[in-house]
Design a protein around this ligand. Structure first.
Ligand code: NDP
Length: 512
């Protein structure tokens, strides 16, 4: 704690001087405590309410302030003001996190890392809410709460449960790309400074001519990728569960400011139309060879928060906070997140969470017609009109802030993605072409270490998915977890329905 070296008079929360903060008010030397010790009552009452609901996901995190600077001209693709010219700087606040653990969980868990950046632009706050992985486990939001339940605690034992974890994944083949990344060395970044951040979703950029483009963001670490082996991670989890939180804070205190280079991949609507897979499917990346990343700018974190609760715990990011020039894509997962983040912040922080200083649009004035509500801590717009339209000079919509129209055709229905066999192509490229021998050895070791704890029929079903990615991958996992590689091969050749049926009980797997 920093020693400011000047004394102030202690007061209650209402500024009333406190005479004694060591001895409660009692009736006599050995008598009971009196209700009239309002200072004691205030202290206890506030303490009892100190915790706010922790985030359902991304509960454990670390954050820092800094700036973003544009280094390349992208103005022909987007009219976003904060990206409008080379050299333009925008204040930011970033928060990194693990996903599945509680607020006190270890930083060295194998888990995706959240990578969220709030840009305080002159056109309002723009939130980038990404992860350190370019893809995700599922691509339809109806599956999200089920998926997260499987990564958390068993409702009966209250322990993490390998059966739940692998049961869901093995029944959800679209997860195989993300599972392969999660169990590679990138699944445990050494620190928050040594990982990339990806939008994972596709977003729309549009310019002032109403031309639009599809984009994917990549924040590339300037510190280089560095990961922990699972053996090293075990040591960190035991010795210093907060190691990544501490690392970020210490690096900034020492003046070693971490930075990331922002690159984007850009696709025209025509290219998207004919592309070989659905570019709104979050389980896919856009191959670099087809869509080379182009530099946009640099993110630098150079300020530690003075108070963790005020800035990091209360920071609230939402993928729906998009400024003119940037819009959502039809990615179903993104569409659900546009609702869910705002909704959870209202639950966690209240309907006026936008007034908490870390969340305010500090470089753009709020001129809305929203009023009142719990914890409205400002002047609540005084006597200004609280409805629109009005004839009292209230704020008016600005047509130039509208996103360009784009065409959608089709019948209302519940559509599965139409390219199910594509799920194995990209993890195959990762396993065969991108990974080196050591990466593959670590990947297999990490999977074996975890999957070995699941039931046999779940092991077989999951190993079959690895086999579908690559026979060598499936065989090595099968051998490591002690199941018959021939049965795994057989399961890998079945349709999803057949495989699920064939692994539905101990009897069915005996008959394989
Ligand atoms: P490239 O060879 O151009 O790209 C491969 C990328 O894989 C690298 O640029 C790097 O991404 C990332 N990478 C390198 N080592 C690992 C590792 N051990 N674990 C996870 N990712 C790693 O080929 P493509 O663009 O055609 O992609 C091939 C495969 O690479 C994809 O199917 C996907 O699995 C993976 N990948 C692709 C990314 C993309 O946006 N195209 C991003 C990340 C992974 P980076 O430069 O971002 O660090």
């Amino acid at each position: 704690m920093k020693n400011k070296n000047h004394k102030k008079r202690l007061t209650t929360a209402f500024g009333i001087p406190v005479g004694d903060d060591q001895n409660s008010l009692t009736a006599g030397n050995r008598g009971p405590v009196l209700m009239q010790d309002v200072h004691l009552l205030e202290k206890l009452g506030h303490f009892d309410r100190e915790r706010i609901p922790e985030r359902v996901v991304h509960a454990k995190g670390a954050g820092a302030g800094g700036y973003f600077e544009v280094t390349s001209d992208v103005s022909k693709y987007t009219k976003a003001d904060f990206l409008s010219k080379v050299g333009k700087k925008t204040e930011v606040f970033a928060r990194f996190s693990t996903v599945g653990g509680e607020k006190g969980s270890a930083d060295a868990e194998r888990d995706p890392r959240g990578f969220a950046v709030k840009f305080y632009t002159e056109e309002g706050n723009y939130d980038f809410v990404g992860n350190n992985t370019p893809v995700f486990f599922i691509r339809d939001p109806l599956k999200f709460s089920d998926f997260i339940h499987t990564q958390k605690r068993n409702p009966s034992t209250n322990c993490k449960d390998p059966d739940m974890f692998w049961d869901f994944l093995s029944l959800t083949p679209e997860s195989i790309h993300q599972v392969t990344i999660l169990f590679s060395d990138r699944g445990i970044p050494a620190t928050y400074r040594h990982m990339n951040g990806y939008s994972s979703h596709t977003f729309m950029w549009y310019n002032d001519k109403e031309e639009y483009f599809w984009v994917q963001y990549h924040f590339k670490t300037d510190q280089k990728i560095k990961n922990l082996t699972r053996q090293d991670a075990e040591i960190f989890k035991g010795k210093d569960p907060d190691h990544a939180t501490r690392d970020l804070y210490d690096a900034i205190e020492k003046g070693e400011y971490p930075s990331w280079t922002l690159q984007v991949q850009i696709m025209t609507p025509e290219e998207a139309e004919d592309y070989r897979f659905d570019i709104f499917d979050i389980t896919k990346v856009w191959p670099h060879a087809d869509f080379p990343p182009r530099e946009v700018g640099r993110l630098v974190l150079n300020r530690n928060p003075d108070n963790y609760f005020a800035e990091v715990e209360q920071a609230a990011f939402s993928p729906g906070n998009l400024v003119p020039g940037i819009a959502p894509s039809p990615d179903k997962m993104l569409q659900a997140r546009l609702f869910s983040y705002h909704d959870t912040h209202i639950h966690r922080l209240g309907p006026n969470y936008h007034l908490i200083p870390v969340n305010t649009s500090k470089n753009a004035q709020e001129n809305s017609y929203q009023r009142d509500g719990l914890m409205r801590t400002d002047k609540n717009f005084g006597g200004k009109p609280n409805y629109w339209p009005n004839s009292f000079n209230g704020p008016e919509p600005d047509e130039t802030a509208k996103q360009p129209p784009f065409k959608i055709l089709g019948k209302v229905d519940r559509y599965p993605f139409t390219h199910p066999n594509d799920d194995f192509i990209q993890p195959r490229a990762l396993y065969r072409d991108v990974m080196k021998d050591m990466d593959r050895d670590h990947l297999i070791g990490n999977i074996v270490d975890h999957l070995s704890n699941a039931q046999k029929r779940i092991k077989l079903r999951q190993a079959a998915l690895f086999y579908k990615v690559d026979p060598d991958y499936g065989r090595r996992v099968a051998e490591g977890i002690g199941v018959d590689p021939k049965k795994v091969e057989k399961l890998s050749k079945m349709s999803n329905e057949e495989r699920v049926k064939a692994t539905s009980s101990d009897d069915t797997i005996r008959n394989l």
